[in-house]
Design a protein around this ligand. Structure first.
Ligand SMILES: [Zn+2]
Length: 74
């Protein structure tokens, strides 16, 4: 995926966290009902979350893909 800002190739990894949030190169090992227009991406308040994400370290941008998630739309 190309960076939407500088068009450089972005590096694919994951956005992962529970109390901390980090973009990671590999997978290491929240109950809300979304309101109208909102999208609940993860629903594991007692577990960590993991989202596929691309990073541009030049522009400091992260693009998240939630197509593979069991998400809920309000
Ligand atoms: Zn960029």
């Amino acid at each position: 995926m190309r960076c939407p800002i500088c068009s450089n190739e972005m590096e694919q990894g994951f956005l992962q966290g529970n109390q901390r949030v980090a973009w990671v190169k590999n997978k290491h090992n929240i109950t809300l009902k979304p309101k109208r227009g909102e999208v609940l991406l993860e629903n594991k308040t007692l577990d960590s979350f993991l989202l596929t994400a691309w990073i541009c370290k030049d522009c400091k941008k992260v693009v998240i893909d939630y197509a593979d998630k069991d998400y809920q739309e309000g």
